[in-house]
Design a protein around this ligand. Structure first.
Ligand SMILES: *[C@@H]1O[C@H](CO)[C@@H](O)[C@H](O)[C@H]1NC(C)=O
Length: 238
């Protein structure tokens, strides 16, 4: 009669468990001279983008599988005006385009610690923007002041989906607030733009960001090696 061997049952558990135990240490690896802020979201069901004004659409930087996974750009900053200000920072907008519906993604903004900035990241479906006048006004203002995206001039280069096609897309709002105090009045009046990398990362099996996988593999190897070293020591002591 086939019986379940308890050792065989416990084995598949050990790998995910060791991954979970290692997760708190990821924050220790990030380089100290770069700051990161992120937002995690699930791609929405496909819907047409036709409600978005074409002029706005053309002026928005696009992140996604059919364009680019990351973009380096200068973002304008302001000082937060007051505590009760609902939008702490200068709003910049991006379009997250051609996502996989139901897939989890992480959007990171990375910037130099030499340019102290507080970022607030939010993603909105187009329907929310269109039904919220303050958001629509912010998006319109940004698109008007933005220079047309250089990589969008050559339309043959981009696989742009037609606005009427069904497309899993979100609008990303990045609020950037200068987060320093300076005795230079010009720096306090007009904070210079902050240079950032905006990186979109799909989660592998909806659990880990793809770009972290090599790190996890490395940590698991290191973890296993140090665990077995400990075991050896214990054995020698006994
Ligand atoms: C950002 O601004 C700096 C300073 O004005 C400039 O040197 C740099 O080329 C800009 N980078 C991008 C990606 O726009």
């Amino acid at each position: 009669m086939p019986t379940h061997n308890p050792h065989h049952q416990s084995k598949p558990l050990s790998k995910p468990l060791s991954l979970l135990l290692l997760l708190p240490f990821f924050s220790l690896i990030s380089p100290s001279l770069a700051n990161t802020e992120k937002v995690i979201f699930t791609a929405p069901p496909p819907a047409p983008l036709s409600g978005l004004d074409a002029a706005i659409h053309n002026n928005l930087p696009v992140l996604g599988p059919s364009t680019s996974w990351s973009v380096r750009t200068n973002l304008s900053r302001v000082f937060p005006l007051s505590q009760q200000d609902e939008e702490p920072g200068y709003a910049s907008w991006l379009l997250l385009d051609n996502l996989t519906p139901g897939q989890r993604y992480e959007l990171r903004v990375c910037w130099s610690a030499l340019e102290p900035t507080a970022f607030t990241l939010d993603t909105y479906p187009l329907t929310t923007i269109l039904s919220t006048p303050a958001l629509l006004q912010s998006l319109t203002q940004h698109a008007k002041s933005a220079t047309p995206q250089p990589h969008q001039e050559d339309h043959h280069d981009r696989k742009v989906s037609s606005p009427s096609d069904d497309n899993s897309a979100l609008l990303l709002r990045v609020l950037a607030a200068a987060d320093y105090f300076s005795h230079h009045s010009s720096l306090m009046k007009d904070p210079p733009p902050v240079l950032v990398d905006l990186i979109l990362d799909p989660y592998l099996y909806n659990v880990l960001p793809q770009s972290l996988v090599p790190t996890v593999g490395y940590l698991v190897v290191v973890g296993v090696v140090s665990c077995s070293a400990n075991n050896d020591q214990t054995k020698k002591q006994n």
